[in-house]
Design a protein. Sequence first.
Length: 107
Amino acid sequence: MIPMEDELPIGPFFRFPDEETGWLALAEAGLTTISEDDKLMPITASHTHALDVIGPIYAGGSYDPETGDVIEPAVLLEGWHINYLGPLPDGWEQYAVHPKRPERVFA
């Protein structure tokens, strides 16, 4: 049976209002670590989750196939995007989205 709109599961697609909010949510969920060169990094996989930090998404645009010149620039879509499978972190419900045609999915 196909779930109705109000029965859709939460995830795996999440849109945060901006990059700062997304990284804060990842850190609060314990899904980040510090690299050897002191950079904040996502923990992209474990035995309990899979995480794909997408960030900004652009749509559309067209290019001249011969020159590569931009004919029409791509448009920046709203938000900062993360795909996540695993136990739902606290507070992430409010960021769940259900795109009809996701730009990137887990295989």
